[in-house]
Design a protein around this ligand. Structure first.
Ligand code: G4P
Length: 521
């Protein structure tokens, strides 16, 4: 067993592009072992779904991320699900820090959409290599060259088509695979892929004429030939460096191009990569067990406030019962009942490799951003907090519940549901989110899990910035701007700004300070 056969990846897309469908089909092809969300006592969890889970159900969106693992051809794939709703992006961003590569799903009729682009930028920050899947070719789509050029232009990426659709929508006749020379064709009334593959010696092979309409054939030859000339060849190093994206065409719904994608991930996507720590990188081959928490998920049972912290293992071979020390507070934690998502059945497995995700049940000791290690001398970096785009004051309906509210806000900010700011003046705490939906989640979880009734009122602030710079300079700035100063949950200084103009103005006046829109833990 080693880390080389692990592929830890995520799917990024705009809502409705087909991520859920593609995920299902990948799992189906990969003979999925099980879904992480089902790991804990299922019956009980279902009965006890709290309100925020109801929001999830009502809106048909996935608020929580999970881990899905499947194996194929000796490779273990860890697929980290990211919430697709555009409001709920912070959690998604964090999940992307735990993957080594990503699949970007694009709707053939729509091209690059806003959320695809945002998520892509996060991948780019960390040079996460991306495989592009142009989905829904069974429906009318845009011109193939136009789509490819949009990806190249909008994302400033080199692109290399690995396959080519023969027509789309009503004229769809199959997918031609440039790598193998195979033509995959739909069969039957539903026009799904049922395994009909025609092996060819290339787009000029006469056998194609027997299987395609005259129109389809001439289109494939013309477009395919042009594509091969117009775009660069596949270059593994450029892909792994995040400079080039191989593009596959297919239909998640009709199961076209799914296996090809899995095979491409197995063949080209990087195994666990060295992870950034303060002062350098830690290599997966390092024998010390290290990992970081990228997500904390509260148990669905509101009566037991235990949580699952999701740790990405970065180095060493994890063994059950092992003691690891979280960087947050320094007390070693014995991990007796880790949830290892690749276990063949629901039994608790005993070991895990770099790239694997381990679920660690805990009572709030583990926080997003914590590093866990055997020797407690490491701190992974690069797990971002994002400047909130919506700020609200939290007002209690029952003022005697201050203590419960503080506990709840601390907990939920540790989970990454909200960010919390404690102003230096005044007693009304301010919470920040990047999307409206998080506010609803907050209110229902406060009630369901903490029995705290609260309302959110507009705050006189528009955004928040983390102050960085010499301590004396920060203190000096703070003394002049008390009414706008707050501390975040870690006690770090935050400037609550009335507008982004205000941020620019203060930045100009205080060139020695950095007004950070993100904070890396
Ligand atoms: P998401 O997770 O990215 O939000 O997208 P999801 O997979 O839920 O797909 C969004 C819609 O697009 C669904 O239709 C789904 O069936 C459809 N879809 C996904 N892949 C393909 C494809 O390859 N071809 C075609 N023609 N459609 C595809 P829906 O009407 O919203 O839901 P449903 O009622 O069909 O389930």
């Amino acid at each position: 067993m080693n880390a080389q056969n692990r592929r830890t990846f995520a799917i990024i897309s705009h809502p409705d592009a087909g991520k859920t469908t593609l995920t299902e089909k990948l799992l189906l092809q990969g003979g999925a072992i099980h879904l992480a969300g089902e790991v804990k006592a299922r019956g009980q969890a279902r009965r006890a779904r709290s309100d925020w889970m109801k929001i999830e159900q009502q809106r048909g969106i996935s608020v929580t991320s999970s881990v899905m693992t499947f194996e194929r051809g000796g490779i273990t794939f860890n697929l980290l699900d990211t919430p697709g709703h555009e409001d709920f992006s912070e959690d998604t961003y964090r999940t992307l820090t735990a993957v080594d590569s990503a699949i970007m799903v694009i709707d053939a009729a729509k091209g690059i959409e806003p959320q695809t682009r945002k998520l892509f930028e996060v991948c780019r920050l960390r040079n996460v290599p991306i495989i592009t899947f142009v989905n829904k070719v069974d429906r009318e789509g845009r011109d193939t060259f136009e789509l490819l050029d949009e990806v190249a232009d909008m994302l400033a990426l080199d692109i290399c088509p690995m396959s080519w659709p023969v027509g789309m929508g009503g004229e769809f006749e199959g997918i031609f695979d440039f790598v193998t020379g195979n033509l995959m064709q739909p069969t039957g009334g539903s026009k799904a892929f049922e395994g009909k593959i025609i092996a060819t010696g290339g787009i000029d092979d006469d056998i194609l004429a027997e299987n395609l309409s005259e129109r389809g054939l001439s289109k494939l030859r013309e477009e395919g030939g042009l594509a091969k000339e117009a775009y660069p060849d596949f270059d593994l190093a450029a892909y792994q460096n995040g400079d080039l994206t191989p593009v596959f065409f297919g239909s998640a719904l009709k199961e076209f191009g799914i296996v090809e994608m899995i095979d491409a991930i197995a063949a080209h996507a990087p195994p666990p990569r060295p992870q950034p720590i303060e002062g350098g990188f830690i290599d997966p081959s390092d024998s010390e067990v290290t990992g970081f928490i990228f997500k904390v998920q509260a148990n669905m049972d509101p009566n037991h406030r235990d949580r699952i912290a999701f740790m990405r293992l970065c180095s060493g071979t994890f063994k059950r019962g092992m003691k690891l020390t979280p960087s947050g507070h320094g007390k070693p934690v014995a991990i007796h009942s880790p949830i290892l998502f690749f276990a063949q059945d629901r039994e608790i497995a005993d070991t895990a490799q770099p790239g694997d995700i381990i679920g660690i049940p805990n009572h709030g000791t583990l926080r997003v951003g914590d590093t866990l290690s055997e020797k407690n001398n490491r701190q992974f970096i690069g797990l971002p907090n994002f400047a909130p785009e919506i700020l609200r004051r939290v007002v209690l309906k029952d003022p005697t519940k201050t203590k419960q509210l503080r506990k709840a806000l601390d907990d939920l900010s540790e989970e990454g549901v909200i960010q919390v700011f404690y102003p230096e003046i005044g007693s009304q705490w301010v919470i920040g989110v990047v999307g409206q939906l998080q506010l609803e989640v907050l209110i229902s979880r406060l009630e369901a899990e903490y029995k705290v009734e609260a309302v959110l009122e507009p705050a006189p602030f528009d955004t928040a910035r983390w102050l960085k710079g010499a301590e004396a300079k920060i203190e000096n700035f703070a003394s002049l701007n008390r009414a706008n100063m707050a501390k975040d949950r870690d006690g770090d200084a935050v400037f609550l700004a009335r507008s982004s103009w205000d941020v620019g103005y203060q930045q100009e006046k205080n060139p020695d300070l950095i007004f950070g829109a993100t904070k890396e833990r």
